[in-house]
Design a protein around this ligand. Structure first.
Ligand SMILES: *[C@@H]1O[C@H](CO)[C@@H](O)[C@H](O)[C@H]1NC(C)=O
Ligand SMILES: *[C@@H]1O[C@H](CO)[C@@H](O)[C@H](O)[C@H]1NC(C)=O
Ligand SMILES: *[C@@H]1O[C@H](CO)[C@@H](O)[C@H](O)[C@H]1NC(C)=O
Ligand SMILES: *[C@@H]1O[C@H](CO)[C@@H](O)[C@H](O)[C@H]1NC(C)=O
Length: 449
């Protein structure tokens, strides 16, 4: 071992230099063990996976001679990222990164580890896994994500794990799981999602069928923590009829803002807020889009706060409207659940494409209003505000289009002033009838040519 060099009792300077060179050279080769980590090679794995070609390697040699499948242990090294691809050898089949500090697992964190079969990310205080984080791990069979701070899971984060058989999500902060979360895990056999906040209500109803149809084993220690009638019940024994949402709860305060239907444009960032009386500590606010539980991702950010003094809980949802949602109608609902029941409120978002050039609000002339600086923008805003103040009577699709385009341009010139005009315009436009909105879309296509 290279460590034995260090124990030689010489006090020659050049020896230290040689050691340094050897270390440097080792770290530059693809098979070197990452500094501070422990590595070993499993000869049996070499034979079974690669065949006879490497059988003549020198088992007693130093690490540069070692070939084959490798176990890498980087436990409790204060790592904030997985060290892939530069440092973890690409012939690793077992990688233990437990007890580190990988709080956010980034997209494509493990590319190049084609042979990895087991990955341990337990005890990292991990709060977020970005979508496609595990892409490239085409032979991964076992993933340990236990003892982290994950609040939710979704299918985008598990993309590329088609061979995963065992998934450990225990001891995170998972209260519910969306029905689509594991749909890409075709090979899954065993799962553990034991959690101190696991809620066994109607949101988890899908799991009964999923478990049965896919022959999944949900580990016995995965038990319900609420509602009171199901505390301690093993999830794998639940029946569909057990998973109910109870009676509506009596909430003194329950608001969703905006409260009325909205028009939003592609490229917009749309903030929504939901506030509820904090009836008890099990109270949870979740967001739903067209009936599906929403989780954080590139197009949605959810933040939560509790106002104990006022006895309130607030959840904020920031939606980024991407081009592929053009023309869609979203029913966004805020759901408040406690151990005794739940309550819902919803709002419709109509998504329009405001990116093409606008036509005129009236078909009588061909002038365009151009915004050149913030003062002209402000005066135009005032005009538009007056013009659309009774938007329910707007029956011209072009007008809608114009206002949409105007708002988009206006934002660029908005320096603290003009905000109230914008708010008024936006709220007026919610009154426009859906037919007109649709027509304005068609109009948009034709007039931009
Ligand atoms: C590992 O990397 C080396 C050098 O880039 C490459 O030749 C080899 O094919 C890779 N092995 C695997 C299993 O990806
Ligand atoms: C992952 O690492 C933790 C802590 O080092 C250990 O307790 C656990 O058994 C490991 N998981 C697997 C699947 O080996
Ligand atoms: C999942 O991880 C937890 C904590 O590390 C452990 O107690 C449990 O046995 C693991 N579950 C499985 C199925 O290995
Ligand atoms: C803004 O543009 C208008 C018309 O183009 C011009 O008359 C005015 O002086 C400009 N104001 C500023 C502050 O540049």
């Amino acid at each position: 071992m290279k460590n034995s060099l260090g124990s030689v009792n010489y006090s020659c300077n050049y020896l230290g230099l040689i050691v340094a060179f050897v270390m440097l050279w080792l770290s530059g080769t693809s098979t070197a063990c990452p500094s501070g980590c422990t590595c070993s090679v499993d000869q049996s794995r070499v034979e079974e996976s690669i065949g006879n070609s490497y059988l003549n390697y020198d088992n007693a040699g130093s690490s540069e001679d070692e070939r084959g499948l490798r176990e890498v242990y980087c436990i409790n090294k204060g790592l904030t990222s997985p060290l892939v691809p530069d440092t973890i050898p690409n012939d690793t089949y077992y990688l233990d990164l437990s007890e580190n500090n990988i709080v956010v697992l980034s997209t494509y964190s493990f590319q190049g580890l084609r042979l990895l079969q087991q990955l341990n990310l337990s005890g990292n205080g991990m709060e977020r896994i970005q979508s496609r984080a595990f892409v490239g791990l085409q032979t991964l069979e076992e993933l340990d994500l236990s003892r982290n701070n994950l609040g939710s899971v979704n299918n985008a984060m598990f993309e590329g794990l088609g061979f995963l058989k065992k998934l450990n999500l225990s001891h995170n902060s998972i209260s519910t799981i969306p029905a689509s979360a594991f749909e890409r895990l075709w090979s899954l056999e065993k799962i553990d999602f034991q959690s101190s906040v696991l809620r066994c209500n109607c949101d988890l109803k899908w799991i009964v069928k999923w478990e049965k149809n896919n022959n999944i084993r949900i580990m016995e220690n995965t038990v319900c923590q609420s509602p009171p009638t199901l505390i301690g019940h093993q999830v794998h024994k639940l029946k569909k009829g057990d998973l109910i949402c109870g009676h509506p709860i009596d909430l003194l305060t329950f608001t969703l803002s905006p409260s009325g239907d909205q028009i939003v444009f592609i490229g917009d960032t749309t903030p929504l807020a939901c506030q509820s009386t904090l009836v008890d500590d099990s109270l949870e606010i979740t967001w739903w889009k067209n009936g599906n539980l929403m989780v954080e991702g590139p197009d949605a950010i959810i933040t939560e706060s509790t106002q104990r003094q006022e006895g309130l809980k607030t959840s904020r949802l920031m939606l980024f409207i991407s081009p592929d949602s053009n023309n869609q109608l979203w029913n966004i609902e805020c759901k408040v659940s406690s151990s005794t029941g739940s309550e819902k409120k919803g709002v419709l978002l109509k998504i329009l494409d405001g990116s093409t050039l606008y036509c005129l609000p009236t078909s009588s002339s061909n002038k365009k209003m151009t915004i050149t600086n913030s003062s002209t923008a402000l005066s135009i805003a005032k005009k538009v505000e007056v013009a659309v103040s009774d938007a329910s009577s707007i029956n011209d699709a072009k007008a809608v289009l114009f206002v949409g385009r105007f708002m988009e341009k206006f934002i660029r010139y908005l320096h603290s002033r003009g905000g109230s005009s914008m708010m008024n315009i936006a709220s007026s436009m919610m009154e426009v009838s859906p037919d007109i909105l649709l027509e304005s879309q068609i109009e948009d296509k034709s007039c931009s040519k």
